[in-house]
Design a protein around this ligand. Structure first.
Ligand SMILES: CC(C)(COP(=O)(O)OP(=O)(O)OC[C@H]1O[C@@H](n2cnc3c(N)ncnc32)[C@H](O)[C@@H]1OP(=O)(O)O)[C@@H](O)C(=O)NCCC(=O)NCCS
Length: 168
């Protein structure tokens, strides 16, 4: 596993484009060139909470996990996590390894949105301690269908839920 470098960009773009084109797990609808993704790659830094981690196996890139969130400073301790493995590398447990590395950053809350249905992603998130907090119904439209997005959160600090509402 390593932080993203410029040499990774074409392969990471190829992996993401597979899901853009063939699935509803992301709401982008048009594939990108690596150049078009440059700005997004640049949002992630080598240190700090907004990271882009690349998973490799025997030198081959298997996928990536990223964390970022709104740029307003009060959100600095929260990140939205995202993960995409190459289709041939799903189901081997790499997702958990990559995600756990993101959780080591100095943040209090991880949040994640999962398009319904995505049973593999739900299993991964629940296994890693995310809990379901709500659903945006028909919030997206892709491939001719309206889509729900389930939202999950994972507090990294035991006192993260200040209000006590909706916390288990
Ligand atoms: C979702 C994803 C990150 C999970 O990572 P992974 O390394 O494949 O996860 P794991 O191998 O640990 O599998 C997680 C669990 O989901 C199950 N699973 C995997 N794919 C599944 C599928 N299509 N349907 C049902 N269950 C599935 C696994 O059997 C495993 O179950 P277990 O915990 O009972 O053993 C990965 O499959 C992926 O990149 N998928 C495509 C992109 C995507 O959906 N990203 C998330 C967007 S929210």
């Amino acid at each position: 596993m390593s932080s993203h470098g410029p040499g990774h960009s074409p392969r990471l773009t190829e992996i993401y484009n597979h899901y853009v084109t063939h699935t509803t797990v992301t709401f982008h609808v048009t594939p990108f060139t690596a150049e078009q993704r440059r700005e997004w790659f640049g949002l992630h830094t080598l240190i700090g909470p907004h990271r882009l981690l690349v998973g490799t196996m025997d030198g081959a890139v298997v996928g990536y996990a990223s964390s970022s969130f709104r740029t307003m400073p009060a959100y600095d301790t929260t990140v939205e996590t995202s993960i995409y493995l190459a289709p041939e590398w799903t189901g081997h447990g790499f997702g958990g390894t990559l995600y756990e590395a993101l959780a080591k950053e100095d943040v209090r809350l991880l949040v994640a949105g999962i398009t319904v249905p995505n049973p593999g992603s739900v299993k991964l998130h629940k296994r890693l301690g995310f809990r379901h907090v709500g659903c945006f119904h028909s919030v997206g439209r892709k491939a001719g269908s309206f889509l729900d997005v389930d939202w999950y959160e994972r507090p990294l600090s035991s006192d993260s839920c200040i209000s006590g509402r909706n916390c288990q």
